[in-house]
Design a protein. Structure first.
Length: 188
């Protein structure tokens, strides 16, 4: 499975890019207060366009419809599954014929309050015993969020149990320490 990444967000020509995307996505991007958020939103969409063109030969701008918990799908293409994510450093996209989720997060200082909210006792121990706790926290967080994106549930009040029973789900974790981010793909 190919992952599409843009980790040079600062070089995106936002004005030109806004003209290359759907009106729906342009409106979403412009809702971000700061230009960085707009760039990331547009960059993720452009990655999806690239994936659709390369893998499926689809050249028109995708239009989204949204499921019960906000999971997007492409109007007219129920056979395609995709996931987008972005953080300060990068935007990522994955496209598949099976349900898929992806999450990218910056590696930064983790806050104990967030860890206690989202991690169970075993996960907290892994983080606390790690040489680089922030890397382990980010790895676990991206695993949880990619799984929740795959299922369409989104972040919820039961984050501690998210990874307890992953069944046949497969995780691919990529740590780009040199670029200060980690991303995880979850597949069925």
């Amino acid at each position: 499975m190919k992952v599409y990444i843009n980790d040079h967000i600062e070089s995106l020509d936002l004005s030109a890019a806004l003209l290359q995307i759907s009106e729906q996505r342009r409106e979403q991007a412009l809702r971000f207060k700061y230009e960085q958020g707009q760039r990331l939103c547009v960059a993720a969409y452009l990655l999806l366009k690239e994936a659709l063109r390369e893998q499926e030969g689809i050249t028109e701008n995708p239009v989204f419809e949204y499921g019960e918990h906000g999971k997007p799908s492409i109007v007219g293409h129920p056979e395609l599954h995709f996931s987008l994510s972005h953080c300060k450093e990068a935007a990522v996209c994955v496209l598949s014929h099976q349900p898929v989720g992806i999450d990218v997060e910056n590696i930064g200082r983790y806050r104990d309050s967030v860890a206690r909210y989202a991690m169970n006792d075993e996960e907290l121990l892994q983080i606390q015993q790690a040489e680089c706790p922030e890397v382990v926290f980010t790895r676990l967080w991206t695993m949880k969020e990619s799984l929740l994106k795959l299922t369409g549930e989104g972040i919820n009040d039961n984050m501690k149990d998210t990874l307890k029973d992953t069944g046949s789900k497969r995780f691919t974790i990529v740590e780009r320490i040199d670029r200060n981010y980690i991303y995880t793909i979850c597949e069925s």
